[in-house]
Design a protein around this ligand. Structure first.
Ligand code: ASP
Length: 713
């Protein structure tokens, strides 16, 4: 393949930035001439609402994606997607996080607590039904509430008509289009094979969001159902789920230049937002959030280095915060590099000229851009206050649990349809499971330190933003510290059984406990309720404005847009391809185990199992080496359009066979969420050949290869 790349910045000057996004909803597949791009199967084999197709083999797993790879419910996803379950199953005696885990028989598979998978069954447009709830002259708050209520009614009706299925309405374009999805949820997930952390998270945070990459970010789980085939909670009697479709594995993988595609559940992108939003993100929200996360990570790492209990309990939290804050740093660097806010502002200047050029457009959209600007300046002006309130809750699992108990008490007293989503009957068990899991990881010194720090921060807010519940505590840091120590010492919510018993109990019963943390949460509750309403009002304004923004931009650009990612099933295609991140630097698209050996060192995340290195030295590659590279390929790079949520998505070849598991993006591609470009947007997968080599040779789980129909010799 030709490797002549134009230097990055020069190319950016030559080509416009709002390039074609590629996270296609499946209803749009027919618009793409995929055969001419390199696909060798019919697009009906990918998506066929009338029959079985590849999408039936794809699941959403927590915030990630996974795929079935056997008729016995075996699922492959990322190591980092299964991490929470691995952590929950680990103890200091059985450290599956560090050592990995192999179930040598089905009986040994461990429940992945709190995990569910969902399979998309069908979908249809319900925009007209939703928008009928909006009446002219409604206030923004009333609008948001009316839309929320209508969505709940549509969901309730769909679930009634489809027993056993879950319904969900996804907003495709803000304030404009809505799709009702029907899902099957499976609730009994078990860990089957997890590589040691030194493979699954090789090079740790140093290499996160970075290419070249040598991480074996994969794990296997299995889905179980009741003996009658229905979704059920964990039970010994459950049997492996039989998927309608499972993916065929191609153990030969792909090479540079090959056509590939991804099916998955990308989380969120923001490509159709305005410059006012983006500048707020760049100047305020992301830097504030990254800074706080970095400070918490440093303190938790310090705690972990001294205490193995802390290390185990805090590992998931550290990992999540580190992933998010490094992503923000990458995005911030990307926004600077591309000058994106400036570019969007210039675009909007031209858009405004277009608007003003016609009296009709002027009537409809004349003040649109200014109105958007106004909402974001209100959000900006309140940001110190709102981020303090948000981070106060994030600082302490015990406090956020206490607030959930207070909220549950208030919400559960209402009729089901009027409750906030998490407190509705259909979601309540999941809320309980989530609380149970998070309470397991409470580490008191971290709770105390962060909560104190946030209370000190809250005390520094200007008097116009005083939080009533905190005012009586004063501003003296020592007094605040003493207050937090006492509350944490005395609260009984440290006992998860006690805390969960109170979930859903009426307010009087909570008051009766005389628990200091419940009292604090009770006093804070009205403030959080008000904050929520402020946000609902702002969202109502933004929804109306963004609906117009999309309309007028489509008119201006004379084309349709692909909706931003919203955690619904999408398709993206491209090729295995390197890139040039900067002048005179070229990245190749495949790494090999030679690179793992080069980086291996006697320190956490780098200490590759000796067995793997010995096998490699002995050239014991089995059938999994690349004939071109004469080595085991480890990770691969491609120009498909992905974001968070695509973690664990299958990378499929031209025949629709599994060749990799997507897990990350390169540094320059973190800015994808705002602006995708074939120049710098590159995502990263673990190569299926590495998955198979590690699973069979290092993990000894040859049975899994057999189950997937792959010969390991
Ligand atoms: N590694 C990423 C994540 O977990 C996946 C991505 O955003 O591309 O969020």
């Amino acid at each position: 393949m030709k490797k002549a790349f134009l230097p990055f910045l020069l190319t950016l000057l030559l080509f416009p930035l709002r390039a074609d996004e590629g996270m296609w909803p499946l209803s749009e597949l027919h618009k793409l001439d995929l055969r001419s791009k390199g696909l060798q199967i019919d697009s009906q084999e990918i998506y066929n609402p009338q029959g079985v197709s590849l999408i039936d083999g794809i699941v959403q797993l927590g915030g990630c994606t996974g795929s079935f790879v056997s008729s016995e419910g075996l699922i492959v996803t990322n190591h980092h997607c299964a991490f929470g379950a691995v952590q929950a199953a680990s103890s200091q005696e059985k450290d599956y996080v560090s050592d990995g885990f192999t179930a040598t028989s089905r009986r040994e598979e461990i429940p992945a607590k709190g995990y569910t998978v969902r399979i998309t069954e069908s979908y249809r447009d319900v925009s007209a039904q939703v928008l009928k709830a909006v009446k002219t002259g409604m206030s923004p708050l009333a609008r948001t509430k009316a839309v929320e209520k209508r969505i709940k009614e549509i969901v309730a009706d769909a679930e009634k008509k489809n027993p056993g299925k879950r319904a969900e309405v996804a907003e495709m374009f803000s304030g404009k289009s809505y799709v009702l999805f029907l899902y099957t949820y499976l609730k009994d997930l078990r860990l089957v094979y997890v590589p040691p952390r030194s493979i699954g998270e090789f090079a740790g945070e140093d290499d996160n969001w970075v290419w070249p990459r040598h991480t074996g970010d994969f794990s296997f789980l299995r889905a179980y159902v009741a003996p009658n085939g229905e979704a059920a909670e964990f039970s010994d009697k459950n049997i492996p789920y039989k998927p309608r479709k499972f993916l065929k594995v191609n153990p030969k993988g792909v090479e540079e230049g090959d056509f590939t595609f991804i099916l998955g559940y990308p989380g969120r992108t923001y490509r159709h937002m305005g410059a006012a939003y983006l500048s707020y993100e760049e100047e305020v929200r992301m830097p504030t959030s990254a800074q706080l996360s970095e400070s918490w990570i440093a303190q938790m790492e310090e705690m972990s280095s001294k205490n193995p209990e802390a290390a185990l309990k805090l590992s998931s939290r550290i990992k999540g915060l580190a992933n998010g804050s490094k992503n923000y740093r990458g995005k911030l660097a990307g926004l600077q590099r591309l000058g994106l806010v400036k570019k969007w502002r210039e675009d909007e200047k031209r858009l405004q000229e277009f608007i003003l050029a016609s009296p009709e457009r002027k009537r409809l959209y004349g003040s649109l851009l200014q109105d958007l600007e106004n909402v974001y300046s209100e959000i900006r002006n309140q940001s110190d206050y709102t981020s303090t309130l948000d981070s106060l809750l994030r600082s302490s699992t015990l406090l956020s649990t206490a607030l959930s108990l207070q909220e549950a008490a208030a919400e559960r007293a209402k009729p089901d349809i009027e409750r906030d989503g998490p407190y509705m009957d259909r979601n309540f068990p999941r809320l309980r499971a989530g609380l149970e899991l998070s309470l397991k990881n409470v580490y008191l010194p971290a709770e105390e330190t962060f909560l104190t720090e946030r209370l000190i921060k809250a005390a520094s807010l200007p008097s116009s933003q005083t939080i009533p519940a905190l005012a009586p505590l004063g501003k003296d840091p020592d007094a605040l510290k003493a207050f937090v120590s006492k509350v944490i010492r005395e609260t009984r919510l440290k006992d998860p059984v006690f805390a969960l018993k109170l979930l859903g109990q009426p307010p009087e019963l909570l008051t009766k406990q005389r628990d200091p943390l419940l009292q604090l949460a009770g006093a804070l509750y009205p403030t959080y309720k008000k904050l929520k309403e402020t946000r609902q009002k702002q969202n109502g304004e933004l929804d109306t404005l963004y609906a117009k923004f999309i309309d007028v931009r489509m008119e201006w650009m004379k084309r349709d847009f692909v909706p931003d990612a919203n955690s619904t099933l999408r398709f993206t295609y491209g090729r295995i391809r390197g890139y040039s991140p900067r002048n005179a630097v070229t990245y190749e698209p495949l790494t090999t185990f030679a690179g793992v050996v080069e980086k291996t060192a006697e320190k956490p995340f780098y200490n590759t199992p000796a067995k793997a290195v010995e096998l490699w030295k002995a050239k014991d590659f089995g059938p999994f080496a690349s004939s071109k590279l004469k080595d085991i390929p480890v990770a691969m790079l491609y120009d498909m359009d992905t974001t968070g949520g695509n973690s664990g998505s299958p990378v499929l070849d031209a025949k629709g066979e599994l060749v990799g598991i997507n897990f990350d993006r390169a540094w320059e591609a973190t800015v994808n969420d705002y602006a995708w470009s074939s120049l710098y947007s590159r995502s990263i997968a673990v190569d299926i050949r590495y998955v198979l080599w590690v699973t069979s040779r290092v993990g000894g789980a040859n049975n899994l290869l057999e189950e997937m129909g792959v010969t390991g010799n």
